[in-house]
Design a protein. Structure first.
Ligand code: TA6
Length: 326
C-alpha cells in the first residue's frame, strides 16, 4: 500500500449519507454507514464482494438497508412491542472519538468506533438510557470483526432487557443450485442442535443429520450454538467462517422465491445470492443493571475452500488444503 493510502476514510455514500471506508494493506476493504451503524460492504484482496446487498436496497431513513450487516437492537424480530429488529438499524450513529479502553491488537489499523445513545424520542418507545458502542475492524488479513458494548446508563435504578443479532447477509453464488443431488451452499456447525422454527410459530425442533442445506424458505433460530459456524459456497470454492462470543444463538434465514416477491426492497431473484447467518442472543434475553455492560463479538473470515466439509478446525482445513482431500 502506498504511503498515501488511508486505513480509514470518511466520505459520502448513496443519497449523500455519511460513509466510512476501511482499507487494509493487501487491498481488502469494508464500508460502514453511520445510518444504522451498518456495514454494507466487505471485499477481499481481489475486490470480490463478500456481503449481499439487495439490488433494491433503499438507502433512505426510515427504511433499514436491506443487506450487509444490520444491527438488531434492542429487539430481535417481533419479540416485543418495538418495530421488528428494534431501532438501532434505523438511527444515525456517530463516530466515537474517545471510546473507553478496549483490548486491541496493535496490528489492526483499519477500524472505526461508533456510538448510539438514547434520544428523548427513543425514551418514549423504550424507556431506558443506554450507550451502545460498536467497533468495526478490518484485520490485516481481511477478517471483519464487530464488537458491541451495550451499557445501561439509567439513572432511575432500573434494569433493562434486550435481544440482539448481527443480521449478516452473506453473498453466495446461487443457493438454489443443486449439483449431483447436493446443494451448492451449506452451513456446518448447527447439526443436531435444537431450533425454534419461525415458520411454525416458533415451535422447538431438533436438527437432524449433516450440514444444513437449502431447498425452500428457512427461518430458524438455532439455540446454544458452538462459537464457530461455517458457510460453504461450493461453486465459488469459498468458505465463510463465523466466530462469535457472547452470542449463544444463530439465526439462519433465506426467504426463497415466493417470500422474496413479497419483500419490496428485495429483487425477485436476489434470494439466490444471499444467506443470512446471524450471531444472536434471542432465547435468553440479556438483562443489565444500571452501570453494567454487555459485550457481543462476531468475527468473519472468507477462506478458499478446499476447506473440508465436516471440519471446522482450521488445522484440519490446512491439511485438507495441503493434501487436497477436500
Ligand atoms: O432474522 C430473520 C428474520 O427475522 C426473518 O423472520 C425475516 O423476516 C428477516 O429477519 C428480515 O426482517 P426485516 O425486518 O429486515 O424484513
Amino acid at each position: 500500500m502506498s504511503l498515501e493510502t488511508k486505513y480509514v476514510e470518511f466520505c459520502k455514500g448513496i443519497n449523500g449519507l455519511d460513509k466510512i471506508i476501511l482499507r487494509e494493506v493487501r487491498g481488502c476493504s469494508a464500508e460502514v454507514y453511520l445510518y444504522g451503524g451498518h456495514v454494507t460492504s466487505w471485499k477481499n484482496e481481489h475486490g470480490e464482494e463478500l456481503l449481499f446487498v439487495s439490488s433494491k436496497a433503499i438507502f433512505k431513513p426510515p427504511k433499514a438497508i436491506r443487506g450487509g450487516i444490520p444491527i438488531c437492537f434492542p429487539q430481535f424480530s417481533n419479540l416485543g412491542s418495538l418495530e421488528p429488529h428494534g431501532f438501532a438499524r434505523t438511527k444515525f450513529w456517530t463516530v466515537d472519538n474517545d471510546p473507553p479502553p478496549f483490548p486491541t491488537n496493535s496490528s489492526n489499523k483499519a477500524f472505526i468506533d461508533l456510538i448510539l445513545k438514547h434520544s428523548e424520542e427513543d425514551v418514549k418507545i423504550w424507556p431506558h438510557r443506554y450507550e451502545f458502542r460498536l467497533r468495526i475492524t478490518l484485520g490485516p488479513g481481511g477478517d471483519l470483526m464487530l464488537t458491541s458494548r451495550v451499557r445501561n446508563t439509567n439513572t432511575d435504578g432500573k434494569s433493562f432487557t434486550f435481544t440482539f443479532a448481527y443480521h449478516t447477509y452473506f453473498h453466495v453464488t446461487d443457493i438454489s443450485e443443486v449439483v449431483l443431488l447436493s446443494s451448492e451452499v451449506r452451513v456446518e456447525g448447527l447439526e443436531t442442535l435444537d431450533y425454534l422454527d419461525n415458520l411454525k410459530n416458533r415451535e422447538r425442533f431438533t436438527e437432524q443429520g449433516d450440514a444444513i442445506v437449502f431447498e425452500s424458505e428457512v427461518d430458524k433460530v438455532y439455540l446454544s450454538t458452538p462459537t464457530k459456524i461455517a458457510i460453504l459456497d461450493h461453486e465459488r470454492k469459498r468458505t465463510f467462517e463465523l466466530r462469535k462470543d457472547g452470542l449463544p444463538d444463530a439465526v439462519v434465514w433465506n426467504p426463497w422465491d415466493k417470500k422474496a416477491k413479497t419483500i419490496p426492497d428485495l429483487g425477485d431473484d436476489d434470494y439466490k445470492h444471499m444467506l443470512c447467518v446471524e450471531a444472536a442472543c434471542v432465547e435468553n434475553p440479556i438483562t443489565l443493571k444500571p452501570g453494567e455492560e454487555w459485550r457481543g463479538r462476531q468475527e468473519l473470515s472468507a477462506v478458499p475452500s478446499s476447506y473440508c466439509s465436516g471440519q471446522l478446525d482450521p488445522q484440519t482445513a490446512f491439511l485438507c488444503d495441503k493434501f487436497g482431500f477436500a
